[in-house]
Design a protein around this ligand. Sequence first.
Ligand SMILES: *Cc1c(COP(=O)(O)O)cnc(C)c1O
Length: 403
Amino acid sequence: MRKAPEKEKIIEKKKSLSTRSIHAAEPRRRYADSITTPIVQTSTFTFENSQRIEDYTKKGKEHFEYGRYSNPTTKIAEGRLADLEGAEAGIVFSSGMSAITTTILALVQAGDHIVFTDDSYKKTLEFCNSFLKKFGIDCTIVPFGDYDALEGVIKKNTRFIFSESPTNPYLNIFDLVKLKKIAAKHGILTLIDSTFSTPVNQRPIEFGIDLVLQSATKYLAGHNDILAGAVLGRKELIDEIRTLHKMVGGIMDPHCCYLLLRGLKTFPLRVQRQNESTLTIARFLENHPRVKQVYYPFLESHPHYQIAKEQMAGGGGVVSFEIKGNLTDAKRFLDSLELCFIGPSLGGVETLITHPAMVSYYDYTKKERLQLGISDTLFRLAVGIEDVNDIIADLEQGLRTKG
Ligand SMILES: *Cc1c(COP(=O)(O)O)cnc(C)c1O
């Protein structure tokens, strides 16, 4: 946490998440008494005189030096995200993937072994399984939810376990208590990509998870207008990652940080709305005669319903479903939608629908896709904050459209 400058008050941790999303980690008194956060659009910072330089370099007095190292706007965004996750510290990055790759690179060295679950974000798996191998880092991918297999692959040189919860597109839920138990027994770090849950619905740090990764592009920024990422955790680990971040330089620029901070002000409101709308839509789909299967963690029919209810405050804004029929039916449904936009990503104010077989897995053969459970009629709906009745009406007319 940012240290409060003299006579300046900072909103304390005991306030609720909604309040902290607007005020945390920022001095009450701002530049020129503005109500909004100043965008300090500068690449470099100046020193008044040689004394100031020495106070900074020798006595460790706080001073900004250069934009790749830190920036006042960025610092507030980092403090706010850390506060919301209940973490000691955090770093923001130019994208979620920048956060993930920089974090992993900072933690490993040649000869290390790392463990992933197979349901992880495709680019994360690609990075570890193909790219990191080049540097002598051994990566094992275990089936999601198989805790015995997970424990079974741990070796002396295992550095960490990385997973996600919920996952894409089946919204599988990882039991964080079990994960922590296994990791603690073997003395290894735990990393959770919590993009799909956000701190409104789940705070992995409270379960003892060491590092939380976020694609802030999604719910946190929430307006489908920026790319952003973050890692949050204990100060000692964050400092280690920051050392590399300063070298690889995937920084989030101050203007972008401002947009993130602006998005964060409405973040709990948006996610609460998305939780409610998505559960309503999931129930509507489950009762629809043209729908074969619905995947949503807060539906009783989801295999991880129990653990989701224990671990999460809400099911989130993503629901996946399979319609009856074949690829032609799937295309017809997609083409008939008038409100929902066709596109990847999630967590924004606009409702988006994606067809994994045609988008994320277009380069797989049908057999490969089916092995991963990606059928021709599977859709992922990322619910926005439009009126839920309008979204349902659009899905209804889409499902009724006949060829
Ligand atoms: C989008 C996403 C990422 C990557 O984030 P970017 O901001 O697009 O780089 C990583 N993990 C999950 C779960 C995501 O949904």
